[in-house]
Design a protein around this ligand. Structure first.
Ligand code: 4AD
Ligand code: MG
Length: 465
């Protein structure tokens, strides 16, 4: 074949005015082939866009034999002339002159035949599902959202701060951590008390995968002012729900001199920015997901962007739930940790808007949250979303060394000296929050299950690929 600069399918569509009548060079995977004795049509996709480029093979120039291996899933290289399309559904197509086959995909074995695979089936072949329209759309949107996160914070003057994945601390105190060790589990070194001697472990102490970068993030914020983290976090809780993963990505901004109100303003602005970014830059992918999975997707996204979130103290929320007359599966009373059904009632039925719930009882929240004057509640804020429930969790932090130290002692936390130094030296009011990245992707794509918005999901009893 002649040497011509290869164009992606997205570029070909974008520049079609200039390219019509010219020779083009395209490469990709065959989605479908159909046609008759005179002409064969191939839908070519290279991942650059959800839209397929139609390649037309005139059978006076290509033999059936040459096209035999051009089947769903095979990879090909085509040169030909870009022409205005006769058929509906696409504006241009390629009239093929030359064909090179890179890799065949035996139709008897290739698992992704034309269409109609359930999401459950695709989860079993997660190594191939990025090749489907659905996962192509989801993964492009995921990318756009990740880019939007960095752009939002960079443009605001926040610094991207890298916190460790291996740590010895437990930020959330949930006690659901994966241990990191190089000890031989079949032959553990034990002390005289019969307990494992971690001095002999790799780090000379017990270590685990992080559940949150917040504590280290606070060290960043009390030096650089405003920082954010964006990385994987790990939770070993046995939650088999459509909203939990064992490995998920979290974005955690942390800001010196921010009070809880500033924190809420930032959270609301940030989420709206990300959703707007996707609406602007992922229109084709969102339209595809809307058509196939969720007819109300765009209107729901626009609704969230265009409306102010409700801000409501926990105590008020409990009162609304108690007075609703609704039969909940889990009981409602002051002090209870809200279940997903309670959160969704407030958001989907009562306010019909995202809700930022604040001032939770201190007992159900993490040790680092700032105590209110009532001595019972803390300056926490959870952002609750339709269909998702909690999408953000955050708070103003306790900046008083005495109050924080009292809480640390009450809860029996150890090894926190390095963290307490933020309060010992130049302590300032500060706040932050954590956004679960997959929950955001779930919301923006309209998918139902969090396992379908990350390429290789990790959940209990599943660690393939
Ligand atoms: O509410 P969480 O546990 O808060 C923290 O970790 C704080 N340190 C954040 C901070 O203030 N810097 O988690 C934050 C968010 C949740 O709101 C949720 O969106 C997501 O992380 N999340 C999960 N996402 C997927 N799977 C899981 N198992 C998740 N657990 C939490
Ligand atoms: Mg939370």
């Amino acid at each position: 074949m002649e040497k011509i600069k290869r164009l992606t399918v997205a570029e070909t569509f974008k520049q079609h005015d200039a390219l019509v009548g010219k020779k083009v060079d395209v490469k990709g995977w065959v989605r479908t082939r159909r046609g008759n004795k005179n002409v064969q049509f191939v839908a070519l996709n290279d991942g650059s866009t959800i839209n397929n480029l139609q390649i037309v093979f005139d059978l006076s120039r290509f033999s059936e034999d040459q096209l035999r291996a051009v089947t769903t899933g095979s990879s090909i290289h085509v040169q030909g002339t870009l022409v205005e399309s006769q058929g509906k559904g696409q504006n241009v197509e390629v009239q093929a002159d030359e064909l090179e086959i890179y890799g065949t995909a035996d139709p008897a074995e290739y698992p992704l035949q034309k269409k109609g695979h359930s999401l459950e089936f695709l989860r079993e072949i997660a190594h191939l599902r990025p090749r489907t329209n659905t996962f192509g759309a989801v993964l492009r949107i995921r990318h756009a959202l990740a880019y939007a996160v960095h752009k939002f914070f960079n443009d605001k003057g926040f610094y991207y701060f890298h916190t460790p994945l291996i740590t010895a601390s437990d930020c959330e105190g949930a006690g659901a951590m994966f241990q990191v060790t190089t000890l031989d589990l079949n032959d553990l070194p034990k002390g005289e008390d019969g307990k494992i001697n971690y001095n002999e472990d790799f780090f000379g102490r017990q270590a685990n995968l992080t559940v949150s970068g917040q504590l280290e993030g606070e060290l960043g914020a009390t030096a650089l002012g405003c920082i954010y983290t964006f990385g994987p976090t790990f939770r070993a809780e046995n939650s088999n729900t459509p909203r939990h993963l064992s490995e998920f990505w979290m974005i955690e901004p942390e800001m010196a001199f921010y009070e809880i109100e500033d924190n809420m303003d930032l959270a609301e602005e940030f989420i709206k920015y990300c959703i707007n970014y996707a609406l602007e830059h992922c229109a084709d992918d969102i339209a595809f997901l809307e058509e196939h999975f969720d007819k109300e997707l765009t209107s729901r996204l626009r609704f969230v962007v265009e409306n102010e979130f409700v801000r409501l103290p926990y105590t008020e929320g409990i009162r609304i739930l108690e007075e609703s007359g609704k039969k909940f599966e889990f009981p409602v009373y002051w002090g209870v940790d809200l279940a997903s059904e309670h959160e969704r009632f407030l958001v989907e039925e009562h306010f019909k808007k995202p809700v930022i719930l604040t001032d939770y009882p201190k007992e159900i929240k993490a040790f680092y949250m700032k105590l209110n004057e009532d001595g019972k509640t803390v300056r926490a804020m959870d952002v609750l979303f339709p269909k998702i429930g909690e999408i953000i969790g955050g708070s103003q932090r306790e900046e008083s060394f005495e109050k924080l130290n009292k809480r640390v002692e009450e809860l029996g936390l150890t090894g926190m000296d390095w963290y307490m130094d933020t309060r010992r030296f130049g302590s300032v009011p500060h706040s932050g929050f954590g956004l679960g990245f997959e929950r955001l992707v779930l919301f923006v794509t309209g998918m139902q299950n969090i396992r379908d918005v990350i390429p290789f999901p990790r959940y209990p009893k599943n660690c393939e690929f």
